[in-house]
Write a protein that binds this ligand. Sequence first.
Ligand code: 13P
Length: 256
Amino acid sequence: MKSKKFHNKRPIIMANWKLNGGVDLICSSVASLINQPFAAEIVICPPYLYLRDMLNFLQHSQINVGSQNVSKFKSGAYTGETSAQMLKEAGCQYCLVGHSERRETFGENNASCQLKIERALQSGLTPVLCIGESQKEYECDLTEQVLTRQLTESLENIDLSQQSICIAYEPVWAIGTGKSANAQVAQKVHYFIRQQLKAMYSEQTAQNTRIMYGGSVNKNNAETMLEQPDIDGLLVGGASLDPAHFSEICNYAKVV
Ligand SMILES: O=C(CO)COP(=O)(O)O
């Protein structure tokens, strides 16, 4: 099933550098992206340490910057944390929330995602809630069940009437494996997510929420993914570390 593509919804292509990159990659990425008239909104999420450098380089460009994480705390004695307010003040527009690597390795769960989303929205950042099923859950046909739980628990008490979030559907089995989901299968899941949002909020919120696909996106599958009516953007890991490759992916997005 398909939703009708919402007119004038600008696609979004995000780069998640994870624990990679440095000043050299910032320079080469900026050089290959800046001054290109992309139809999509482009967002780069470097490691925390490089947010300032990235923001400085992109000051006069159309490209936005996001963080890969955000604290669930507002302020206080929380060593090693970075708050939503600090990220906003630095100039970030987005923050990833609940990436599967954070869930797996750093014990994040739907409850912490909910707090992080709340903090982000309070500070004027747009959170990108990452959801997706594991290989085992996929094999047991539990995808819809897992996604419903992730959405309802992470968005509990989150009011989206005045503010918006993005969702990134990243099947865990597709991340870093070179085994991207088939575009038709991804479309079906995105449609399901949109229906969930409609049930939880409204038709308008469901249509306005940009739902990205992530997991082994590259220049060979980006275009087909973006052609799907419910895929509004891409969250790119490995391929975003090659500036020429990432810029090629960004060029596939068209405003519909
Ligand atoms: O985790 C991802 C983006 O957040 C996807 O990573 P890959 O594109 O390397 O599979």
